[in-house]
Design a protein around this ligand. Structure first.
Ligand code: NDP
Length: 284
């Protein structure tokens, strides 16, 4: 009797060589002794629909989706979770009874990381400033709303993009220009960087944290480097800080569970493995 193809999952993006997802899922597959694999699949712009059709075939259980395909993945799905439908972006795909399903685990990942690294933040954070209005910022804003943050200022270089996001959110959010930052920070309980600024190879995030109150929490979604200049500055100020690697790990766990049927653990060993890879400068 012939065995079926070995089960596998992948991350699809363009470019994709930088993705740490294979390291994370590979760690869990080994640790849980699951006979499966997780690969990087480069999918050029324009080829996403063809890629998506193959999910469910030849052992391909599902995929993570990254830049620039999260909206393409949304469009390719037959069914969506509530989070994906609300965000208009999908980062996790799988097939169920023939239908292509899409979820967005960035919201859950952002919240789980904040819960872990800044316990009790929710009770303290009534007013948040979110830098950025792209896909990641949308997930952050959605998460903060779900947890009852009453006031969310969205600050973005392209003001119209901030306005669109704020309009989608409703009364709790306002669109703001970077010039308003000193005033906004003075009453902020939580500052989140959801731009790509501060990431290796990108311009630095030029922001003065002095106006932030001492109670404020500073979170950065950027995780290369692990300690961004923003987080280093927050640490120097004695503020609670939340790094982006935890979000990456926490958004991966529900996807792994979806495909391989086991909820994997985010351990110190996994964190150290990925941190070492980031510090080495080149993804394995
Ligand atoms: P997008 O491309 O959708 O958005 C990028 C954002 O950064 C926009 O708000 C953009 O502003 C802003 N930006 C980019 N360059 C500049 C600049 N030179 N000056 C001012 N603003 C700038 O990306 P994503 O939302 O998908 O990702 C944003 C960051 O979050 C990335 O670094 C990504 O790696 C990280 N991320 C981390 C995750 C994690 O698990 N830790 C998960 C998802 C994302 P504008 O609208 O004006 O262009």
């Amino acid at each position: 009797m012939s065995e079926g193809p070995s089960p596998w999952a992948c991350v699809a993006g363009w470019p994709i060589a930088h993705s740490r997802s294979p390291l994370i899922h590979g760690f869990w597959l080994r640790q849980l002794e699951i006979a499966g694999r997780y690969e990087r699949v480069p999918v050029p712009p324009g080829d996403f629909a063809t890629f998506a059709e193959n999910i469910g075939r030849d052992g391909l259980l599902g995929a993570n989706v990254t830049v620039p395909h999260k909206e393409n993945a949304f469009a390719a799905c037959d069914r969506l979770t509530a989070a994906a439908a609300d965000l208009g972006a999908v980062n996790t795909l799988w097939r169920e009874n023939g239908a292509l399903w899409g979820d967005n685990t960035d919201v859950a990942g952002f919240l789980a990381n904040l819960d872990e690294q800044a316990p009790a933040w929710q009770g303290d954070a009534r007013s948040a400033v979110v830098l950025g209005a792209g896909g990641a910022a949308r997930a952050v804003v959605k998460g903060l709303l779900m947890r009852g943050v009453a006031k969310i200022a969205i600050v973005n270089r392209s003001f119209e993009r901030a306005e669109r996001l704020a309009a989608h959110v409703g009364a709790a959010a306002s669109a703001e220009t970077p010039a308003r930052l000193p005033t906004l920070l003075a009453s902020a309980d939580l500052l989140v960087n959801a731009t790509s600024l501060g990431m290796k190879g990108q311009p630095p995030l030029a922001i003065d944290l002095k106006p932030l109150p001492d109670r404020a929490i500073v979170a950065d979604l950027v995780y290369v480097p692990l300690e961004t200049p923003l987080l280093a500055e927050a640490r120097r100020r004695g503020l609670r800080s939340v790094e982006g690697l935890g979000m990456l790990l926490h958004q991966a766990a529900p996807a792994f569970e979806r495909w391989f049927g086991v909820r994997p653990k985010i351990t110190a060993e996994l964190r150290a493995l990925i941190a070492a890879d980031i510090a080495s400068g080149e993804p394995r």
